[in-house]
Write a protein that binds this ligand. Structure first.
Ligand code: HBI
Ligand code: FE
Length: 290
């Protein structure tokens, strides 16, 4: 991640909170074309795979394949639904800046769009991952509150040794890679899955990964991989449950977590509520110790 001074060389107008003007008029036709390609193929793969709340968010915000959304217009619509706005940033921003935006119901979205050769994988969050992947869920009132609570929790965790790692795992296994057990079956809500064609299919249909019932401390103890499909997904039963389970004072939880083990991404534990036991997972339980 770059510092503010480094970013000033490529983005002279960057503000202290790392926001930049979106400059919607400056996107090229080819860039809108990449949005269109990605949107079209995800809309196809997500019908029957994404949770109803995500699909309703797309509809309520009138997100479509036409063009990269204009953040001003999108924010007007989103703020009427849940009070959130979308602001443009170059890409990843420092943790304290990220948390401050979320705590104030601003979602920082990458301004740029990936290149044609990056359709399937990109390391830094671009406008497709951030807007298509994250923003529809911010139109859901309970999820919108969850994201703000995460931002506030992050501000507190920054002051406490070790806590940020625990909290980042919660974000990873819910906001980025979460599954939900809907009345119709398993569905996706995590942005990292919904913005990836291959992982949208893998997360629900592959026999390989574990699907494990969500448990806050279990998730906060589990390392994650950033370079491949997940070996385990955690399944919530509702967004109300997710919010209730996480709207707690984490101080006592962080103290307990500092003591116990850290689990590998593919570990299955005796106390896990197994939704599906993956065929490629480790069996022995935890190894590393915090
Ligand atoms: N910045 N733009 C952006 N998007 C993120 O998802 C993000 C970030 N900075 C920090 C960060 N995520 C994580 O380290 C925290 O959620 C822990
Ligand atoms: Fe993301």
């Amino acid at each position: 991640m770059s510092t503010l001074d480094e970013l000033r060389t490529t983005h002279p107008e960057i503000a202290a909170d790392f926001t930049i003007p979106q400059r919607w008029n400056d996107y090229r036709a080819s860039e809108h074309g990449i949005w269109r390609t990605l949107f079209t193929r995800q809309a196809e793969v997500l019908s029957g795979r994404a949770c109803p709340e995500f699909l309703e968010g797309l509809t309520k915000l009138t997100l479509n394949s036409d063009a990269i959304p204009n953040f001003e217009q999108l924010s007007e619509q989103l703020s009427r639904l849940t009070g959130w706005r979308v602001v443009a940033v170059p890409s990843l921003v420092p943790d304290d800046v990220f948390f401050d935006h979320l705590a104030n119901r601003r979602f920082p979205a990458g301004q740029f769009i990936r290149r044609p050769e990056q359709l399937d994988y990109i390391e830094e969050p671009d406008v497709f991952h951030d807007v298509f992947g994250h923003v529809p869920m911010l139109a859901h009132p309970v999820f919108a509150d969850y994201m703000q609570a995460y931002g506030k929790g992050g501000q507190r965790a920054l002051k406490e040794f070790g806590a940020l790692k625990n909290l980042a795992r919660l974000y990873w296994y819910t906001v980025e890679f979460g599954l939900i057990a809907s009345s119709e079956g398993l569905r996706i809500y995590g942005s990292g899955i919904v913005s990836s064609r291959a992982e949208s299919i893998y997360a629900l249909e592959s026999k390989s990964p574990n699907r494990i019932g969500f448990d806050l401390e279990r998730v906060m103890r589990t390392d994650y991989r950033i370079d491949d499909f997940q070996e385990s997904y955690f399944v919530i039963s509702s967004f109300e449950e997710l919010f209730a389970e996480t709207y707690k004072d984490f101080a006592a939880i962080y103290a307990r977590l500092a003591e116990g083990p850290v689990h590998r991404p593919g570990d299955v534990l005796p106390e896990d509520r197994i939704v599906w036991r993956g065929t490629h997972a480790y069996r022995a339980g935890s190894h590393a110790v915090a």
